[in-house]
Design a binder for this molecule. Sequence first.
Ligand code: NCN
Ligand code: DMD
Length: 341
Amino acid sequence: MTAVSLKQKLRHKIDLKTKPLGALGVLEELALQIGLIQNTETPEISKPTIVVFAGDHGIAKKGQVNPFPQEVTAQMVYNFVQGGAAINVFSKTNAIDLIIMDSGVNHDFEPHLDIIDAKIAFGTNNYQDQPAMTLAQCEDALNKADDIISKIQSKGCNTIGFGEMGISNTSSAALLMAHFTGIPIAECVGSGTGLNDEGIHKKIQILSEVYQKYNPKTPEEALATFGGFEIAMLCGAILKAGALNMIIIIDGFIVTAALLAAHAINPNVLKHCVFAHSSNEQGHEKMLHALNAKPLLSLGLRLGEGTGAALAIPLIRAAVNFLNNMASFESAGVSTESENA
Ligand SMILES: O=C(O)c1ccc[n+]([C@@H]2O[C@H](COP(=O)([O-])O)[C@@H](O)[C@H]2O)c1
Ligand SMILES: Cc1cc2nc[nH]c2cc1C
């Protein structure tokens, strides 16, 4: 007799719920995925947490690829600490713990603030001149992220969403996307925080030159070349969360670019990932497609901060709750399809 796999057991449990077959659509796939991640028919979500990694980018100082000035990164970190940003509001709405990390903002934050200090440097180098960071800095970022995720998990969190803040980081993400997917850089570049058509054209020209200047040989070298510190930390955090068997919620364009790097280092990480949404940043859809990823939501968001991840958490809770708490046809005494239907 062949053993029934957990996947078959989960499918059976889902199919016996009081609903037509497949009627809970994507939530059924989500329940199945979470059951498989946790290796159980009765999964649970504990202490869902969003970590926002913030970092600055050398290229931002020139203002050629970013409509907002570099200072906005630090200003938004203060906004996070004061509870005024979209991610604060959505985390509160959905009872999610929120952690803010300084991965490399070009500002000295007062030590009493509720920010985890993981600063690698005060912003990356401008990759128009030299790689964004050294390989040693990149390794440092990966390792620091590793430690932080271990600490978060040891406090009982098994579901972690990732967000970021960093003026110019759609440029790094576009370069990484081109590198890891082979999609032409022009198709990877978008409006970011709001460039007009002329601005996008200039951004494509600048990033095409940068892209041609380098030939990174390893995923770590690609991260070090194109940056940024927050993206390298996201990559390390995703890898660690996968290794710790956590449910990983991927936010928008920049977090997905970090996942491309993580996936190149360890493709197994993908089975832990739930894709929260499809961002309005041009390129995100193709990036998701390259990963064969199906996003849960499509709300026209292009904010970052982990906002899409925060909005997806109720869906993840709903998937787990229906699997655990919905009645079966038998337990509820509901008739199944009649044979002549
Ligand atoms: O998450 C996304 O899909 C997304 C798309 C566009 C912009 N962003 C956010 O905007 C910032 C980067 O935009 P930019 O134009 O400065 O490259 C950064 O802080 C991101 O969090 C985020
Ligand atoms: C205001 C502002 C808020 C953000 N949140 C994430 N990226 C951002 C970029 C800007 C410009």
